[in-house]
Ligand binder design. Structure first.
Ligand code: ZN
Length: 199
């Protein structure tokens, strides 16, 4: 390992990565959802796209061996390994200020959309929208082909997703601050996670 970075509970972290870099997203507590984005370096309008990945992979969840694409079909990430039970959600929007206000969580709740915006701002980028995140460790399975269930995470402490970077990119991770739904934490308590940059 070259470096181990902490994504603080409820906060975001941007990491610049060169092509061929490898990294692990480590669910240190096992219960924490990590909203994950990747933007082509220098062009935040090209980004890892859940809808393009679902189209090409013909699945709503992604697995080791899958190559994940941008909204312009550029290979962005390859999933090398996954020690978690998998099933990482690709359907649900990032939590936002408005989502918490609507759900009764107050007007100023920390949220993944703002975490992303602040992380991009720190690298000189402003985008007027929030791309759909890859919700690592979040489970929102589809029942009967039509109904979404929100369930508690089933990952174990230390479970990790290992990725290879296929295009120079800026990745952003948000240790989701959600304390309203069972999908994150299960006990209403966001926790730190780690990003391990591998040799
Ligand atoms: Zn969130």
């Amino acid at each position: 390992m070259i470096q181990r970075l902490t994504v603080p509970a409820g906060r975001g972290l941007a990491v610049a990565l060169a092509r061929d870099a490898r990294l692990r997203v480590v669910n240190t507590p096992g219960t924490q959802v990590v909203d994950t984005w990747a933007f082509v370096m220098g062009d935040p309008h090209e980004y890892l796209s859940m809808e393009h990945c679902r189209e090409v992979l013909q699945r709503i969840v992604f697995e080791p061996g899958d190559v994940l694409l941008s909204n312009r079909y550029r290979p962005m990430l390859e999933i090398l390994a996954d020690s978690s039970p998998g099933g990482h959600d690709t359907l649900i929007a990032a939590c936002s200020r408005e989502m918490y206000a609507r759900a009764g969580g107050g007007q100023e709740h920390a949220n993944c959309a703002d975490n992303l915006a602040h992380a991009l701002e720190g690298h000189g980028h402003l985008i007027p929208f929030t791309p759909a995140p890859w919700n690592l460790f979040m489970l929102a399975p589809v029942r009967d082909g039509r109904t979404i269930d929100y369930v508690r995470p089933t990952s174990r402490p230390g479970d990790a997703v290992e990725l290879k970077v296929l295009a120079d990119c800026l990745m952003v991770f948000s240790a989701c601050p959600d304390d309203l739904y069972p999908t994150n934490g299960g006990d209403g308590k966001p926790r730190d996670v780690a990003i391990e940059l591998l040799a």
